[in-house]
Design a protein around this ligand. Structure first.
Ligand SMILES: C[S@@+](CC[C@H](N)C(=O)[O-])C[C@H]1O[C@@H](n2cnc3c(N)ncnc32)[C@H](O)[C@@H]1O
Length: 280
């Protein structure tokens, strides 16, 4: 999830009571199984609490920064989420047949992975050509809609079980509007308002008990730091219950950016923020 110019781009847990996580994982291991999440997902809602047990159990994963395919011809902006990250979370939070939505669909990574895993993909994307591309890539092209997430109407999509998404990113000192693909003007505060509005709109098409996973990074560029991941977490916690975050460290040289830090935003890691829509 990257964007041009100071390359911006775009960005998980609830816990179980003590003793409910079935296997303790070495916190230094990069491969932390998701088995406990399957178990967690099946627990009755009243057994869940908002402690940080799962945060401790699954606080870090490490993946190669890579994409399964090329960008469409003529497109150069590498804004995509690596497929492996989407796959990890969809396997953990959904089952075959579940409806998965991405309201910032981009080039359709979430939809393509969901399709391949026999989930039912739905998506919304602002850019006409990206939406058209995604339609060509999945088995249910009519589930992809071009439009503005800030205007998302509940009639556009059925109730979905999970959202894996990554919003357009903004640096604190930028003045372009990420929600208009960096045309028009915005401030960082207005952008954060739009982020909160976008996820409030998503709430209208998310089933109770559904999960929202947001792929986002903090940014460091020319001495300036934008704590985007934390600001997004804070705003979204006004809409959904924040379950916690997973640190995602990126391996390899797959990042196309020239900025410091292998991931391209001044760091070599990003975050997956996990939220749940409460049932009541
Ligand atoms: C970080 S990218 C998502 C990339 C996606 N995860 C992928 O792997 O291809 C963010 C996307 O949000 C889209 N976007 C920006 N403003 C939007 C809006 N107002 N409504 C819907 N989508 C928007 C951008 O066009 C961009 O494709």
């Amino acid at each position: 999830m990257r964007h041009s110019r100071p390359v911006l781009s775009t960005p998980r847990r609830t816990s179980l009571g003590p003793g409910r996580v079935t296997s303790y994982q070495n916190p230094n291991s990069s491969e932390q199984p998701f088995s406990q999440f399957y178990e967690y997902r099946k627990l009755p809602q009243q057994l869940l609490c908002s402690s940080d047990n799962l945060v401790r159990t699954w606080r870090r994963i490490s993946l190669e920064y890579a994409h399964d395919d090329e960008l469409p011809s003529g497109h150069t902006d590498e804004v995509r989420t690596p497929n492996a990250l989407v796959e990890r979370f969809l396997k953990a939070y959904t089952e075959p047949g579940d409806k998965v939505i991405d309201v910032f669909a981009g080039y359709g990574t979430t939809l393509k992975v969901a399709d391949r895993l026999d989930r039912v993909p739905y998506g919304l994307e602002f850019e006409f050509d990206r939406a058209a591309h995604v339609r060509e890539e999945i088995s249910t092209p009519d589930h992809v809609r071009q439009g503005d997430v800030l205007e998302l109407d509940p009639s556009w999509f059925p109730a979905c079980d999970c959202c894996f998404t990554s919003p357009p990113f903004m640096e604190r000192t930028d003045d372009r509007n990420p929600f208009r693909n960096y045309s028009g003007e915005s401030t960082y505060e207005d952008y954060l308002d739009d982020v909160e509005t976008a996820f409030a709109r998503l709430d209208s098409v998310l089933a109770p008990g559904g999960h929202v996973v947001v792929d986002v990074a903090n940014m460091k560029y020319e001495g300036r730091v934008t704590p985007l991941a934390w600001d997004v977490a804070e705003r979204l916690s006004n809409v959904f219950r924040f379950d916690g975050e997973t640190v995602v460290t990126w391996e390899g040289d797959g990042s196309p950016d020239e900025r410091e830090g292998r991931f391209g935003y001044g760091y070599d890691h990003s975050y997956c923020l996990v939220f749940t829509k409460d049932s009541d």
